[in-house]
Design a binder for this molecule. Structure first.
Ligand code: MG
Length: 498
């Protein structure tokens, strides 16, 4: 039993209906991206938006709100109970502050914007998307006004993805990260310790063999197939339907196999988090990861700290070679270099561990200016290109390589990007901490044994679900706050000291 308190049990009983609608919505969302026939989309979106309205009404039902408010005034709550009340208060607060008409307009705008973004990108014509982006910026500014903020309107939006995150936090994170990152990047570019191009990036693979390799990787990592699935979708994602029903997807582009493999390992990290939540939290508001940043720390941990590490690549190499016969011509060291090629790419999703955060800095800087009104959508593409040149020394040749490359803004997700950096930086801190806590952990990795690592993650992070707000959870797990210097030294050690 998650709580003995009468009021909490009453809240949870009422919440169970909301939770059921959420579960249905998640399952419908998963199905839409994986197996739904394309023409099912019209009926699916009617059903989806009606379920969302219903959920909104239930969250704001006076007797439910009253119970949650009453509980929040109680002093005798334990950590679990406090977590439940905190998460629900946040949901009620957001639902109350933003008028339903605004939500409807936002959703209508982003549905259109997504379609016009796709068209604009395909035709490399920014003007097609520009009016929709302008509208999204305007509506997002309004969202920020409804939600309220202390210092900067973007604060209100950042908080939607990462509870408690402010522009001050992100400014401080990036101002500490940028000089170190730039130093490491310039040195790598000068010395070229990793090849700029790798032939494996062009090598085609057999999709069926690649599928087997991905499943093998998940077997090796300990993916619990009786509680989890792997499917295919255009954009890989993880969804927690429940603590014991977590689903990931991957994709098969037919060449450059690390993208499919490391993508699968990335989603595995997200899934492991959802699967590791305390079983007592089933059907409660705290089942599931606490924030996008913490979630990304888990995916990046498995993708980068494990998947791109030398002990893992070396140990997993025989499996790779068994399924991908062309690897007979390559040594484990070749594959390691292929997994860790550093180059100034224009495209965020293709960026490596070193350059990735430059992409996020750029987007964050522009979002901040757009929301405060110091940058217009007319000036945006040129400022994007200038900033790219300043950070990475490369300049987009067209809109698709520049301002039109990401889907996020078209979906109305402004304030989302910094969570990618938070996750990436945290993943290095987590590995450092694990190395302190678990003796000879490298040996575990080189034997493909992950039990001790997984136990550490579960004990210190996963089991809490959303019980603690992200900053508190990080402090509890790592004994310190987010620290960009740890990431810089990780890169230095990996890329410069060989
Ligand atoms: Mg992710």
């Amino acid at each position: 039993m998650v709580s003995r308190k009468k009021i909490i049990r009453e809240i949870l009983e009422k919440y169970r209906v909301i939770w059921s609608l959420r579960l249905a919505g998640s399952l419908m969302g998963w199905d839409q991206e994986t197996y739904m026939p394309p023409k099912g989309v019209t009926e699916r979106s009617i059903a989806g938006s009606n379920l969302a309205v219903l959920r909104h009404q239930l969250i704001l039902k006076p007797d439910f709100v009253e119970l949650v408010e009453k509980a929040s005034r109680k002093r005798s709550l334990n950590d679990v109970e406090r977590g439940i009340v905190r998460v629900l208060k946040r949901a009620i607060d957001q639902a109350r502050k933003i008028p339903p008409e605004h939500i409807a307009e936002f959703s209508k705008t982003t549905t259109l914007a997504l379609e016009y973004w796709k068209k604009a990108k395909a035709e490399d014509n920014y003007d097609i998307f520009k009016p929709y982006l302008a509208k999204i910026v305007e509506l997002s500014r309004k969202t920020a006004e409804y939600l309220g903020y202390k210092k900067h309107p973007l604060d209100a939006l950042l908080d939607l993805y990462e509870e408690g995150l402010t522009t001050d936090d992100v400014d401080s994170m990036f101002s500490r990260l940028e000089p170190g990152l730039k130093r490491v990047y310039d040195k790598i570019m000068a010395e070229h310790p990793v090849p700029e191009k790798h032939p494996l990036e062009q090598t085609k693979y057999n999709v069926e063999s690649m599928k087997k390799l991905n499943r093998k990787a998940l077997d090796v990592l300990g993916y619990p197939w009786d509680r989890a699935r792997l499917d295919v979708s255009a954009h890989p994602f993880t969804i927690g339907i429940g603590i014991n029903d977590v689903r990931i997807t991957t994709r098969y582009e037919g060449f450059d196999f690390k993208r499919s493999l490391l993508g699968t390992i990335h989603e595995f990290g997200h899934a492991l988090y959802e699967l590791g939540v305390d079983q007592r939290f089933i059907a409660t508001p705290i089942a599931g990861g606490v924030s996008l940043g913490v979630h990304e720390s888990q995916s990046r941990f498995w993708e980068n700290q494990i998947g791109r590490s030398k002990p893992f690549v070396t140990a997993f190499y025989p499996h790779m070679k068994r399924y991908l016969v062309f690897l007979r011509n390559y040594t484990p060291e070749d594959v390691y270099l292929y997994f860790n090629t550093v180059r100034p790419s224009l495209i965020r999703t293709e960026a490596d561990e070193v350059t990735y955060n430059f992409h996020i800095m750029l987007r964050y800087k522009l979002e901040k200016m757009l929301i405060e009104g110091s940058l217009s959508v007319d000036e945006l593409p040129e400022v994007w290109n200038q900033e790219m040149e300043r950070l990475l020394g490369v300049r987009p040749r067209n809109y698709s390589e520049g301002v039109l490359q990401d889907i996020h803004w078209s979906m109305g997700s402004i304030g989302y990007f910094p969570t990618y950096s938070i996750g990436t930086l945290l993943s290095a801190q987590i590995m450092r901490r694990i190395k302190q806590d678990i003796p000879n952990v490298e040996e575990d990795i080189s034997r493909l044994r992950f039990r001790r690592i997984q136990r550490w993650l579960r004990e210190n992070i996963h089991r809490y679900g959303s019980m603690y707000p992200p900053k508190e959870l990080v402090r509890k797990a790592l004994g310190t706050d987010l620290d960009p210097e740890v990431y810089v030294s990780y890169l230095e050690e990996k890329y410069l000291s060989r």
